[in-house]
Design a protein around this ligand. Structure first.
Ligand SMILES: Cc1cc2nc3c(=O)[nH]c(=O)nc-3n(C[C@H](O)[C@H](O)[C@H](O)COP(=O)(O)OP(=O)(O)OC[C@H]3O[C@@H](n4cnc5c(N)ncnc54)[C@H](O)[C@@H]3O)c2cc1C
Ligand code: SF4
Ligand code: SF4
Ligand code: SF4
Length: 497
């Protein structure tokens, strides 16, 4: 029998959707196609495939990068309060992004597209970077970004790439064309990679874009049933801190609409729900009902992505350092390579000091040898779990409002792991997932439109599927009919009990 040398996905757990295979294919034979659960998977055109095997070679699930331990761990707050308020956590991402933009570099991250789905893109100005701030709790489409990263690096442009760990792992394997970097995540001698710095997220898992699409369609339908017309979604905030008032821990989920009310007057209704407690999409996400199958066997856990830095929420900082927690967001920054360490050191130190500038960190000469990073890593993995609590700011610096440098406290990996087991372990597949997708994939067409329900006693000819019993988040409107719940809302609600 002829050996097949191209990628074949026989088990959906075995593909994280990174697009490394599609991006590397010399014949353009791989398309990413959405499956019934709403996730993208590669599909190979066997008529054009030349069986070169490159797609198999770069896949970060087939060849997983080595497990690592971070070199350093910090709690961090962006020095500019307004920046921190618009970020999901403490503003680690905008801090890194502004440094790379300031040196004429390019930043890759996730923004919303016109349909409010997440897509990766690049930015070269602070204004463009702003679209990447804030977490989008769904899988971000990579499209052609891996190729664009490579093109920028080949032109000598410094690049900051941010994404989930599997997206960073896929990028690393793509850029190295399947050659293995060393344990410190350093490349394979390709000098154009010296100007690349990667920051991945502490990653719980990514929800299905297809489920999200249906969720949004149902929220729009709720308004239509109230008599609103021309309903459009203008903005989504998964984690709104309400300009600092609702807080980081008690964040709100918000959708801003534009519409015409029943009298035809233009209006802007807002859905605003306490994320973890009330919003069904967030609750279903945290319960793992619709995460990508690969997230239950994450190929990038244990810091396997090869990233220079890992950023996330420093949940639990209030227990460890109550004085540092003002409930406006604290980031955890895990430093995985010497390149990441140098960049962070440059950002945490006032410009007047003798520390290297951020731009010199991404010049070829400043990149440390793989051996120094590895040896440090080894000593670190066996090292102490003592928290030094040392501020990296110089003595006497105003750590709360210092605008020249990041406000950081040194912590330990164990401090971060208290709330983030997902960094080290795969999540067991939740039984709720199967039940959720049983309903979801039973939808009649690929657009997941709502089903007519002739039994509905109030709106018999409507698209209403079932009663929606609680719509307290919608602006009060006594004329609105009550029933309006649909597939996703009702399924999540019933699974949550
Ligand atoms: C799906 C997902 C799951 C997460 N799970 C956890 C977790 O379990 N524990 C934890 O501590 N932190 C988690 N985070 C990270 C956290 O929510 C913040 O994104 C992170 O701390 C960065 O915040 P910031 O204040 O530094 O930057 P912000 O200014 O908020 O910048 C957001 C950054 O996240 C990137 N990003 C946003 N959405 C996506 C996406 N869908 N895919 C890829 N990149 C994206 C942007 O490109 C940007 O780099 C998760 C993030 C996402 C997107
Ligand atoms: S084997 Fe080569 S040509 Fe065929 S799909 Fe994979 S990368 Fe493309
Ligand atoms: S994990 Fe990435 S490289 Fe591997 S098959 Fe899926 S999309 Fe392709
Ligand atoms: S949990 Fe793992 S597989 Fe899932 S999105 Fe995050 S990094 Fe990728």
């Amino acid at each position: 029998m002829k050996e097949i040398r191209h990628i074949i996905i026989s088990d959906p757990h075995d593909c994280c959707g990174c697009t490394a295979c599609a991006s590397v294919c010399p014949r353009g034979s791989i398309n990413m196609k959405e499956n019934a659960e709403g996730f993208l998977y590669p599909s190979v055109d066997e008529n054009t495939c030349i069986e070169c095997g490159l797609c198999v070679k770069v896949c970060p699930v087939i060849t997983q990068l080595p497990a690592r331990r971070p070199l350093d761990v910090y709690a961090m707050k962006h020095p500019d309060q307004t920046v921190r308020d618009s970020s999901a956590s403490g503003g680690a991402f905008p801090l890194l992004a502004s440094a790379v933009i300031a040196m004429g570099g390019r930043v890759f991250g996730s923004r919303f597209d016109k349909d409010m789905e997440a897509v990766h893109d690049s930015a070269s100005t602070p204004e463009e970077v702003r679209a990447f701030t804030g977490s989008k709790y769904l899988q971000s489409r990579m499209e052609d970004c891996y190729g664009r990263v490579r093109a920028a690096l080949r032109e000598g442009i410094p690049v900051l790439f941010t994404g989930t760990p599997c997206q960073v792992a896929g990028l690393n394997r793509f850029l190295n064309r399947g050659a293995n970097p060393d344990a410190a995540g350093n490349g394979t001698g390709k000098s154009f990679l010296d100007k690349l710095v990667t920051a991945d997220l502490i990653c719980h898992g990514v929800p299905s874009p297809g489920v999200w699409r249906q969720y949004l369609a149902e929220e729009k339908e709720v308004l239509r049933k109230q008599g609103y017309r021309d309903v459009k979604i203008e903005e989504v905030r998964f984690r709104d801190k309400e300009e600092g008032h609702a807080g980081w821990k008690g964040y709100r989920f918000k959708i801003f609409f534009s519409a015409k009310d029943p009298s035809g007057t233009p209006c802007r209704p807002v859905l605003s729900e306490a994320g973890k407690a009330e919003n069904l999409f967030i609750r279903g996400f945290l319960a793992d009902f619709y995460s990508r199958p690969s997230c239950y066997r994450c190929p990038a856990r244990e810091f396997r992505s090869g990233s220079d830095l890992t950023i996330g929420d420093f949940w639990g900082i209030g227990d460890l350092r109550p004085e540092y927690d003002d409930d406006r967001g604290v980031s955890a920054i895990l430093v995985n390579t010497e390149k990441g360490r140098n960049l962070l050191a440059a950002l945490a130190t006032p410009a007047s000091s003798s520390a290297p500038s951020a731009s010199s960190v991404l010049s070829a000469s400043s990149v440390p040898s793989a051996s120094s990073a590895t040896s440090r890593q080894e000593s670190n993995s066996s090292g102490s779990s003592e928290s030094s609590g040392r501020s990296v700011l110089p003595d006497g610096a105003d750590s709360t409002h210092h605008r020249d440098c990041a406000d950081m406290l040194q912590m330990t990996l164990e401090d971060v792991l208290r709330r983030n087991r997902c960094l080290l372990t795969s999540v067991d597949e939740t039984p709720g997932r199967a039940a959720f997708f049983q309903t979801f994939t039973a939808l009649p067409d690929s657009n997941h439109t709502t089903q007519p329900d002739s039994d509905c006693p109030i709106l018999p000819d409507s698209n209403c599927h079932i009663y929606r019993d609680s719509d307290s988040h919608i602006p009060p409107d006594s004329s609105r009919p009550s029933p309006a719940a649909y597939w996703v809302h009702d399924t999540i609600r019933s699974l949550l009990g």
